[in-house]
Design a binder for this molecule. Structure first.
Ligand code: PFF
Length: 681
């Protein structure tokens, strides 16, 4: 069933699309998120949950987003509208949160421009870098430079730090010129913005590895601490990182796929993008930790040893304090700094404009307004809201907003709603067949099971868990107040933004534009009588029973028999409801609504049971881990252990074979078919 009722712009080539999607996925998160989370959550051991999350959740969801975008040829809001008009809010919610990211992401690009300027200044004047310093004091210098001199010193225009303001405008101007002509131009620009940071990353990695002491740095990165695998938080970080890294749930990938040529592959592209993103994160970690090891070696030679573990921080602390400091210790420091910050710019800019494009396409598809009008208005709003982050308290506000977007009600929650919406309220099998018809390899029915059952249970558990954590951490009512009774302004604003995003999403979905009226609902089940009603009622009843057993007996985890009974009831009901959907949701039949509601209740009850088990487990492991940590040696070894070499080799084999397999499939398919992308005249 083809929906192409008007000519939509398409990517010039398959490569252009793949690179643009990789460009969106590979961003600042790969460099300051992944390596730090890996280091902090068990080193090499963290790769197990990460790889599981990437292959069992990340890539299948990426396929889902690509397929929906490609099938409907619409950006997120209208794509969901076409599935079912009541689901349009899901698309809006994702892109509105995406817009929140785009208010602060360019601010970080602005920092990079300023640091590039400083590096260039040092090259031309021959002076040392302004944050350079020796030994442990050097680290303090770098920190003081970033937090005091740079962020809060200098000139101000009103309440805004002028130097950052100019660079913020520059970042938006660059983003504007990258996307103003549509995806064809984007498909060309990414041939520069994607390979360039890869080359620089490899150069930095080689440079890092050739430094004396680099192996010591790598032991921090790779030596596994298996006990961390028993900590549920390790798994939680892995899943969260995969989501953010693959740009899932913000409608970005969905929008990009809506511009794909009708015959273009979907499944293989998603696998290539997932593996390439993982490879970039992993190599980024090698570059960072090898260099930090080299830096530690230089410092200890100079008689001022630096404990690497105290220097390593995640987020801006890594990119603007630890790493610049490490580079400042090397010969040719200014050049290396220039390369590093230029790499961050090229890494981040395509992620930033991908979000802008998804918001832009969402508005254009809904209203029919012209891109040439919407984009300048959006850019102006982006600069306007970006001003909030360049005031004195800007960075901490940025951290708060980022925390909310990635927090309980943010990215993974929207992912959960997306799976439930498409898995339980649309005809998932139509999407699977659509993807299979044009892909280099095919998805089996297991994919339906993943999207409808497994992924919602995992994301549901994560959601309840962070809700539980919040309630534990801040007893109700304390969340927005400090202990002295004063209001926590940043948290109030952050919470306000999240609430506003949800309200705005629903409001936008209720507005009907004339353009919007032409939209057809294409995957909605027929309205005729439903089938399998009695079985569906059984499924529904079991799921209600599972919830009741959990609430009345299993909630505190003390009564284990009841807890496991509730879980067993939930699993039986969930599988039953899934089978009913598989069997009846096709052709003229549709399953009774009891099956849909039963399935969702079962997901909730299983997630709650799993959460209860994990909370109990994490308490046990936390006690054990403290004992072990007390005995653990503080110093790391100078050489990688045998296991670390195995991990290193294993990851490279996975990446090379994974990508090799994808390309082999692509070549095989291309040989069978006629060329899949017709170059436009
Ligand atoms: N994936 C990007 C990173 O890892 O930095 C960030 C990102 C881009 C998140 C686009 C979300 C998004 F829609």
């Amino acid at each position: 069933m083809e929906l192409l009722e008007e000519q939509r712009e398409t990517w010039g080539t398959r490569g252009g699309f793949v690179l643009a999607a990789v460009g969106s996925a590979v961003g600042l998160g790969n460099l300051w998120g992944f390596p730090y989370k890996l280091y902090d959550n068990g080193g090499g051991a963290f790769l197990i949950p990460y790889i599981v999350a990437m292959f069992c959740i990340g890539i299948p969801l990426l396929i889902l987003e690509f397929t929906l975008g490609h099938y409907t040829q619409r950006a997120a809001p209208n794509a969901f509208h076409r599935v079912n008009k009541r689901l349009e809010f899901v698309g809006w919610w994702g892109i509105i949160l995406g817009f929140v990211i785009i208010t602060y992401y360019p601010t970080i690009l602005a920092y990079c421009f300023n640091y590039m300027g400083d590096s260039l200044g040092a090259i031309f004047t021959g002076q040392p870098l302004p944050w350079a310093g020796e030994g442990i004091e050097g680290v303090q210098n770098a920190s003081a430079y970033f937090f005091k001199d740079y962020l809060t010193g200098g000139d101000y225009i009103g309440p805004f730090r002028s130097e950052i303001l100019y660079m913020l405008i520059l970042a938006w101007v660059l983003m504007y010129f990258c996307i103003f002509r549509g995806v064809k131009l984007v498909g060309k620009i990414v041939w520069l913005t994607v390979p360039l940071p890869w080359i620089m990353l490899i150069v930095l990695a080689v440079r890092g590895l050739t430094l004396e002491g680099s192996m010591k740095g790598l032991t921090f990165y790779l030596d596994p601490d298996w006990i961390q695998l028993a900590k549920p938080t390790t798994w939680r970080y892995a899943f969260g990182q995969v989501f953010f890294s693959l740009s899932l749930a913000f409608g970005v990938m969905l929008t990009y796929a809506s511009f794909l040529h009708r015959k273009s592959d979907i499944n293989n592209n998603a696998a290539i993008i997932g593996i390439a993103d993982f490879a970039t994160s992993f190599i980024g970690g090698i570059a960072i930790f090898a260099t930090l090891g080299g830096m530690a070696h230089v410092a200890s030679q100079a008689g001022q040893p630096i404990p690497v573990n105290e220097v390593i921080k995640g987020g801006p602390g890594l990119a603007f304090v630890a790493f610049p400091y490490a580079l400042a210790q090397l010969p040719g420091a200014a050049w290396w700094s220039l390369i590093f910050f230029f790499m961050l710019v090229t890494l981040g800019i395509d992620s930033a404009f991908s979000i802008t494009e998804s918001v832009l396409a969402g508005i254009v598809d809904k209203t029919g307004w012209r891109r040439s009008i919407v984009l300048p208005v959006m850019s102006a709003i982006g600069i306007g809201t970006g001003l909030l982050y360049i005031t004195i308290d800007g960075l901490s506000f940025l951290g708060t907003v980022d925390g909310f977007v990635n927090g309980t009600w943010g990215i993974a929650f929207i992912g959960l709603i997306e799976c439930v919406a498409l898995g339980w309220f649309s005809r998932l099998d139509i999407l699977r067949k659509h993807a299979n018809e044009r892909s280099d390899w095919r998805l089996g029915r297991w994919w339906n099971l993943l999207i409808r059952v497994l992924i919602p249970v995992v994301l549901g558990t994560l959601f309840f868990w962070s809700l539980y954590d919040n309630i534990q951490q801040y007893k109700l009512g304390e969340f927005l107040r400090n202990t002295d009774g004063t209001c926590r302004v940043n948290d109030c604003i952050g919470l306000g933004i999240m609430a506003a995003a949800c309200i705005l999403a629903v409001t936008m979905s209720l507005i009907r534009s004339p353009h919007d009226k032409a939209e057809k609902q294409t995957i909605q089940p027929p309205t005729q009588t439903s089938s399998g009603r009695s079985m569906a009622i059984v499924g529904f009843a079991l799921s209600v029973l599972a919830l009741l057993v959990f609430i009345f007996t299993g909630k505190d985890g003390q009564n284990q028999i009841m807890l496991f009974s509730s879980m067993a009831l939930g699993i039986v009901s969930l599988l039953l409801c899934h089978v009913l959907l598989e069997r009846f949701d096709k052709g003229d039949t549709r399953p009774s609504s009891f099956a849909r509601i039963g399935g969702i209740l079962a997901i909730a009850s299983i997630s709650l049971c799993v959460l209860t088990i994990l909370v109990a487990l994490s308490k046990k492991v936390a006690d054990k881990a403290t004992d072990i940590l007390e005995e653990a040696p503080v110093e790391s070894a100078d050489h990688l252990s045998g296991t670390s070499y195995v991990i290193l080799g294993g990851v490279f084999v996975l990446i090379v074979f994974g990508l090799g397999w994808c390309f082999w499939k692509a070549i095989g398919a291309a040989a069978k078919n006629e060329p899949e992308q017709q170059p436009e005249a």
